[in-house]
Ligand binder design. Structure first.
Ligand code: DGY
Length: 324
């Protein structure tokens, strides 16, 4: 019997073609599997699942997967997958590290620049016909050069952001669960801050790159927002629930922080209504990894893990397996 793979929604076609060279592949329509029930219904037919981060691959979904051998997430983050049940059931789980690091880091710097130099407000102003010529006091913003960037989460993406920020003349502070390699600290002239709450008041920009865990949920809450400098800018390209979105919206409306660039949301795809109307805030639809090159690489990495597992390769030789 030919093995069957479910790709939950359309991805870059070359990835599907690659999987089709090996297996029978079904591709869902966009949003078909954003709820647990629809996955539970179909999962018994499949040997492998290639889900999006918007698909809840819960314990019940995995338990219903009688033939399921691997879940290869189309993302580096895997907070949508119940790892514990997968482990108990002997189902492999893969993610897509490394291939999206540069794209996400580049996008993060883009958000910082766009908020700090007010690109979006400026374009709106111009298109509303308000531009009457060069203004000495028009759109004064904040330079990255000479500003201090506080990075929360100095993994691959945090480090790639730090490298770019240093090249732009920023001073780097960082917090991470464990201190980074001294060589990296030296290269980036980055200072480790043991407690994230101590990093917050020292930073002109704060960029979040930590995974979503019980410890990081609402890491940025009302209190930490109060501790930010009044002109500091918060950037979140990690996971939405790391920030208390309602508290962020209030801080922006009250003007107690300088601005925010937000690519991920607490209740994705919902965006808090107060955030939608908040000043100095650029909102983007979870797109930090969205370059053609990177999305193809993400898909290929996930697809290769599926091919390797279903074709019986030694798991220790499959680099992107998280477990078992
Ligand atoms: C990821 O991979 O976790 C990103 O959030 C989406 O590309």
């Amino acid at each position: 019997m030919e093995e069957r793979v479910l790709v939950t929604e359309p991805i870059i076609p070359s990835v599907i073609e690659k999987l089709e060279e090996h297996f029978q592949v079904d591709v869902g329509n966009r949003g078909d599997y954003n709820d647990e029930e629809s996955l539970i219904e179909v999962i018994p037919k499949y040997d492998a699942l290639l889900p999006m981060l918007s698909n809840p691959v819960t314990g019940e979904v995995i338990a219903a997967g009688d033939r399921l051998k691997i879940i290869a997430n189309h993302a580096v983050g895997y907070n949508n997958i119940d790892l514990e049940t997968a482990r108990k059931q002997g189902v492999f789980v893969a993610n897509t590290p490394d291939v999206l690091t540069e794209s996400c880091a580049e996008f993060t710097i883009g958000l910082m620049l766009a908020v700090a130099r007010r690109f979006f407000e400026a374009q709106r102003y111009l298109l509303e016909g308000k531009f009457e010529g060069w203004e000495p006091l028009g759109f004064l913003g904040k330079e990255l050069n000479g500003s201090r960037l506080g990075i929360v989460g100095m993994g691959r993406i945090g480090t790639a952001v730090a490298r770019r920020a240093k090249a732009l003349g920023m001073d780097i502070l960082y917090h991470n669960r464990s201190r980074a390699d001294r060589q990296i600290e030296k290269e980036l002239e980055a200072r480790y801050i043991e407690n994230v709450q101590d990093l917050i008041p020292k930073s002109d920009f704060i960029s979040l790159h930590c995974p979503l865990t019980e410890e990081t949920e609402h890491l940025i809450d009302e209190e930490s927002l109060e501790n930010m400098k009044s002109d500091a800018i918060l950037i979140n390209t990690s996971r939405g629930p790391v920030v208390d979105e309602a508290a962020l919206a209030e801080a922006l409306h009250e003007g107690t922080i300088g601005g925010a660039g937000i690519d991920v949301f607490e209740y994705e795809p919902e965006v808090h209504p107060r955030l939608q109307t908040a000043p100095h805030c650029l909102l983007t639809p979870h797109m930090a990894s969205a370059s053609h090159k990177t999305r193809e690489a993400i898909g290929m990495l996930a697809a290769n893990a599926i091919i390797d597992v279903l074709e019986g390769k030694d798991p220790s030789e499959i680099p992107n397996l998280i477990q078992p």
